[in-house]
Ligand binder design. Structure first.
Ligand SMILES: Nc1ncnc2c1ncn2[C@@H]1O[C@H](COP(=O)(O)OP(=O)(O)OP(=O)(O)O)[C@@H](O)[C@H]1O
Length: 261
């Protein structure tokens, strides 16, 4: 088992974030202050700007304006690699794993790729590097046990069932030791039992002190797992509250669930 980290408080401060694509404001003046950890669900209709917001938070898409700070560090415009180093990692809507690498290799990648010396030293067979790679292998193995992938460590990732491949991507994002973990539609295409297993995993991850922000269309899944739910509509924050508050919010029900007020 991976040793649980003592719970830490991650502070996320997003201020007036805007992402423009030509004339479209995909994210429009989005502000968020969060320091209580747990799972945050981000929902909204198609085209609401959810993925764009995740892309901005993870450094993939530079914002047009606004700022992003995590644990006091300014990540605005940092780019994906530096953003990951500063504690924000993610998964993607379309699974992005290295299918021909083993599950363990996929999970070792973020940490070994961080160090050119380590990678080079390993290739050259240097003793110090070998020891460190061994240590990384152990850490990755513990992480795989933690997410239920221990028995699959040495199989090619592409040979796993889809639900398990999702876990590989999540484990790889966790290997970057994030303060904030961004998940883009992690439950898409999963059977109910697999979804339930994954949402339980998100709760465990959050209990270790990682703030989890999850974009998801499965509203019931979001309500079941989230401590806080944000609703985005036309790039703007339409509502923000607990699952119970959001489920009962007439504005959300009208705009998102298509009900009449
Ligand atoms: N690369 C891009 N270039 C131009 N417009 C874009 C680009 N990416 C997204 N958009 C537009 O920005 C808006 C928000 O899109 P985005 O994909 O972020 O929404 P979403 O809430 O994630 O949607 P979905 O739930 O369908 O995945 C949409 O109007 C979309 O057409």
């Amino acid at each position: 088992m991976r040793r649980p980290r003592p719970p830490v408080t991650t502070s996320v401060e997003v201020s007036a974030l805007t992402v423009r694509y030509g004339g479209v404001k995909a994210v429009d003046d989005f502000t968020l202050s969060h320091s209580s950890g747990g799972v945050i669900g981000l929902i909204g209709p198609n085209g609401a700007g959810k993925t764009t917001l995740l892309n901005a938070l993870s450094g993939v898409t530079p914002p047009t304006s606004g700022t992003i700070r995590v644990n006091g560090r300014d990540l605005t415009g940092a780019g994906p690699v530096r953003t990951a180093r500063l504690g924000v990692t993610r998964t993607f809507q379309n699974l992005q794993i290295f299918g021909s690498l083993t599950v363990l290799q996929n999970v070792m990648l973020p940490r070994t790729a961080r160090s050119v010396h380590l990678s080079l030293g390993h290739v050259l067979g240097l003793a110090g590097s070998r020891k460190r790679v061994e240590a990384e292998r152990r850490t990755a193995g513990e992480l795989l046990d933690r997410v239920g992938l221990g028995p699959y460590a040495h199989l090619p990732a592409e040979s796993l069932a889809y639900g398990l491949q999702r876990r590989v991507e999540i484990a790889r994002a966790l290997a970057g030791d994030p303060a904030l973990l961004l998940l883009d539609e992690p439950l898409a295409g999963l059977a109910r039992a697999e979804s339930a297993g994954l949402t339980a995993l998100f709760t465990d991850i959050a209990a270790e002190g990682v703030t989890v922000l999850m974009v998801e269309h499965d509203v019931a899944g979001v309500f079941a797992v989230s401590d806080r739910v944000l609703v985005l509509d036309h790039g703007r924050l339409l509502a923000d509250g607990t699952s119970e508050q959001i489920a009962a919010d007439p504005v959300v029900r009208a705009a998102y669930l298509g009900e009449e007020t």
